[in-house]
Design a protein around this ligand. Structure first.
Ligand code: ATP
Length: 234
């Protein structure tokens, strides 16, 4: 395993009963990149992301994150990985201020000033209840809660799935601001391929529990142009 890789998996396999969800995945993700994980329904995206975030144990194989075995993450190491689940479970009866308090109590590296600054920039008041926010605002709060841990790796499961196009653009803008300001590595899964070229620079394709392709987006697009030729017959 190369040490400048944020994530390295070898032979990573996950079975749910008899169902083989991940089948011997080898993957290396370089630091400082914005990585999109794409693949059809049931391909194994959520399973792979949860294994990387230390939320699931592999059936076999290894997953190393920031140089540590994800299966034996300590609390301190876990706090270096932010995870935003597909159904971000914001406790809807809680005020935003209370969600921040919970985050502060649960995370050693919590940065309250950072969280409040980001929320003010989004015009989301701390006294609002999570359940009263729009879907786009709830996604933004979930992102801020993950970023306030000041992680080195941010993992997001289908962050765009339930958002309308405007909320999607605003969410991606917040994500890209965080990438630029905080120098983190981002790994997110998506079905929405149209906006990926604008935000990600590394692409991983997974299908039937196997990594089919993983490379720089520029390299992939250059190869694609060679294969299909320039547009408009020029
Ligand atoms: P989607 O895009 O639909 O969310 P995905 O690519 O994220 O799919 P996973 O959710 O990782 O795929 O699921 C991979 C396979 O594992 C699927 O066949 C799914 O039904 C199965 N699976 C996922 N979680 C469990 C579980 N807890 N128990 C049993 N089977 C599961």
């Amino acid at each position: 395993m190369s040490t400048d890789m944020v994530v390295s998996t070898r032979g990573l396999t996950k079975q749910y009963g008899k169902l083989l969800a991940l089948n011997g995945c080898d993957l290396d993700l370089p630091a400082g990149r914005v990585v999109a994980l794409v693949g059809p329904n049931g391909a194994g995206k959520t399973t792979l992301l949860r294994l990387i975030a230390g939320l699931l144990h592999p059936t076999s194989g290894t997953v190393s994150v920031l140089g540590r075995d994800a299966a034996t993450h300590t609390v301190a190491a876990l706090s270096q990985v932010g995870f935003v689940a597909q159904e971000h479970p914001l406790y809807k009866r809680f005020k935003v201020r209370e969600l921040l308090r919970l985050g502060r109590e649960m995370n050693p590296g919590w940065d309250q000033a950072y969280a409040e600054r980001r929320l003010a920039g989004l015009d989301i008041g701390l006294e609002r209840r999570a359940g009263q926010l729009s879907g786009g605002q709830q996604a933004q709060v979930a992102l801020v809660l993950a970023l306030a841990k000041r992680p080195r790796l941010l993992v997001l499961d289908e962050p765009l799935a339930s958002l309308d196009p405007l909320a999607r653009r605003e969410f991606l803008r917040s994500l890209m601001t965080a990438v630029a300001d905080d120098a983190i590595t981002v790994l997110f899964s998506s079905h929405v391929v149209s906006e990926l070229e604008r935000v990600c620079d590394y692409l991983v394709l997974i299908d039937e529990g196997r990594i089919r392709l993983a490379d720089d987006l520029d390299t992939l697009l250059a190869g694609h142009r060679l294969l299909v030729g320039p547009r408009n017959g020029h």
